[in-house]
Design a binder for this molecule. Structure first.
Ligand SMILES: [Zn+2]
Length: 225
């Protein structure tokens, strides 16, 4: 296990399918990297427009949800400090059925343009939601086609029940306790999806408990064989 306290990234490319995917798993890491001088490009494949949550109490409907989630995503990015958000315009809940060539070509275009020093995505097969797995698979497929020397490292988010059993312990564990404020603001930005106040214990949860719950972010470096 290595702690990333000292590492300096030049440009991180984050590729995830849904607005809010960034909030729990990676927002602290990104806020930290940005504070250390890294650039971040976040490519969000969809607007999560098929989401079932419409706010608590509901304030969105099927028609207004995409625009609302886009605003929430932008607010989350502001909270984290991300300046380069790409809304990729794929359809929510159907990433696995997208034309693979087209999806891969868009990802390849991003890789060429951004020339990232690190890519963050979901670990295909260990990310629970079909969109997560399909997104991760497309990223791995596309990077896997690059010559070995040109492949950026890929840090994957995994949270299926068996992920540690199969993949072992995460090899990258980032302590983001100092960036809890940004992380919580990122989570709170997605108000149509989460009852953030409840998640945070309605103000009754002690700072220490929040740090325990949200203070570390875990990644598995993908090993291309
Ligand atoms: Zn998601």
């Amino acid at each position: 296990m290595r702690d990333e306290g000292h590492s300096m990234e030049r440009h991180i490319l984050v590729i995830l399918p849904h607005p809010d995917d960034e909030a729990f798993g990676v927002s602290g890491t990104l806020a930290k990297s940005i504070s250390e001088g890294a650039q971040v490009t976040y490519a969000c494949l969809t607007l999560g427009e098929m989401g079932r949550n419409m706010g608590f109490p509901p304030f969105a409907n099927r028609i207004t949800l995409p625009a609302i989630r886009k605003k929430e995503l932008e607010e989350s990015c502001r909270a984290i400090g991300i300046q380069d958000l790409r809304v990729m315009g794929f359809h929510d809940k159907t990433i696995e059925f997208e034309d693979q060539e087209q999806l891969d070509a868009r990802i390849e275009g991003l890789l060429k343009e951004v020339d990232p020093s690190l890519v963050i995505t979901f670990y295909p097969g260990y990310a629970v939601h079909p969109d997560h797995d399909a997104c991760g698979a497309a990223v791995i497929r596309t990077i896997g086609r690059l010559p070995q020397a040109k492949r950026p490292p890929v840090h994957c988010l995994a949270f299926s029940k068996n992920c540690e059993e199969v993949l072992g312990k995460p090899d990258v564990v980032n302590d983001v306790k100092v960036f809890l404020k940004q992380k919580i603001a990122s989570i709170q930005a997605h108000r149509s999806q989460f009852q953030a106040a409840e998640l945070m214990g309605n103000g009754k949860t002690k700072e220490k408990e929040l740090q325990e719950r949200f203070g570390r972010e875990r990644f598995w470096t993908y090993r291309f064989s």
